[in-house]
Design a protein around this ligand. Structure first.
Ligand code: PLP
Length: 356
């Protein structure tokens, strides 16, 4: 019998969340973002839920190949574009749309002479200061691309640095000003802007985290009134139970000391399964559906919980690490990170089941 830990992926939740985003941005087409193997869910597992998306956006060519093999005929966008001539050839064969964030990428496409013109997303750096042409150089970049052999339709793209926590106006102004008289569709909005900034929706939105029911800001409260459903549940069981006396400590480095006699449970889940080691005492967790808290350090294969609120729990009791009852964003905030990271970090050793 394997360890009792298991992850459950819910394509039905992804389908539901996709429809919710669509309703939020009814005049825009939707790229479903499935980079990082669908934020740790597994592209193949959630693929059936994406049928109504207008396109699939990702980073790795290997993922683009898988999506085409699954039979996806609609557009596929490579969010960081191409890095070598062989990538351009693949993009040509697989009919991919590719981001172009610098002139080297444009030159690579031209030099590789694709058989079919490749559609591009010309990216502006409107303030994020990672990838993209500056607003001042954008028009010239567009003109060069527009007259380049091997380049097809051009969409104007940018990415927000702070759509989650406040204003996007400064970036939107940069973008609108610099693209004022340039034709072509626009794509600006990640999940945060898709949910909270309708003036940035434009022609194509690019939601990622909301498809998986996570909060774009990292805070559960920010999506409280959005009817999103979590698409990943991580569950395990108690494999040990003991009573400790007041004054005794639990786990490595003795970070938790009991104030009074108490029962603790040992859960078959640790940081080697993808549970954050930084989760401190007090991180929410559910045992037999009852909310309680972790106590002490998370170890590689185990963690410990306070069984005070669940006196009937024993070996074999079900533990939810995150999912329906325990919000992944709450586990993440308690651990100093965001739900995105926890989803992506689900370890390969954890068996996965796909449920409805
Ligand atoms: C990852 C990514 C997205 C999706 O971001 P979320 O915050 O998960 O919605 C959108 N656009 C680009 C360019 C990305 O890299």
């Amino acid at each position: 019998m394997p360890r009792p830990i298991k992850a459950y992926i819910h394509p039905g939740a992804v389908r539901h969340n996709l429809e919710f985003v669509r309703g939020k941005a009814p005049r825009s087409r939707v790229w479903a973002v499935v980079k990082a193997n669908a934020y740790g869910h597994g592209i193949e597992r959630i693929f059936p839920a994406l049928a109504s998306a207008d396109g699939i956006a990702l980073l790795d060519l290997d993922e683009a190949v898988r999506v085409r093999q699954l039979g996806w005929k609609k557009p596929v966008l490579l969010l960081e574009g191409v890095f070598a001539a062989s990538d351009v050839q693949m993009a040509d064969e697989l009919a991919l749309t590719v981001a172009v964030h610098c002139d080297e990428q444009r030159q690579l496409i031209v030099a590789t002479k694709p058989k079919q013109p490749i559609d591009v997303y010309l990216k502006m750096n409107s303030g994020m200061n990672r990838l993209g042409f500056t607003p001042e150089s954008f028009r010239a970049a567009w003109e060069r691309s527009n007259t380049s052999a091997g380049i097809g339709d051009i969409t104007l793209m940018s990415h927000f640095a702070g759509a989650d926590e406040g204003s996007i106006d400064w970036q939107l102004e940069q973008f609108d000003e610099a693209t004022r008289d340039i034709p072509g569709p626009r794509s600006l909005s990640n999940s945060a802007a898709a949910l909270w900034h309708s003036r940035a929706h434009r022609d194509w939105v690019r939601p990622g985290i909301v498809l998986y029911g996570g909060s774009p800001s990292g805070l559960a409260k920010d999506i409280n009134d959005a009817p999103l459903r979590p698409s990943m549940t991580l569950r395990s069981e108690l494999i040990g139970v003991r009573t400790i006396r007041a004054g005794e400590t639990v786990g490595y480095a003795r970070t938790y000391q009991a104030d009074s006699d108490m029962r603790i449970g040992v859960v078959a889940c640790g940081y080697a399964d993808g549970y954050p080691r930084h989760a401190p005492t007090g991180t929410p967790i559910a045992v037999d559906g009852v909310m309680t808290r972790t106590v002490g350090r998370v170890s590689m294969d185990m963690l410990t919980v306070d069984l005070t609120p669940c006196p009937n729990a024993g070996i074999g009791s079900t533990v939810e690490l995150w999912g329906e009852h325990v919000k992944i964003d709450d586990v993440a905030s308690s651990s100093g990170t965001i739900g995105y990271e926890l989803m992506c970090a689900l370890a390969p050793r954890v068996p996965v089941s796909v449920t409805a």
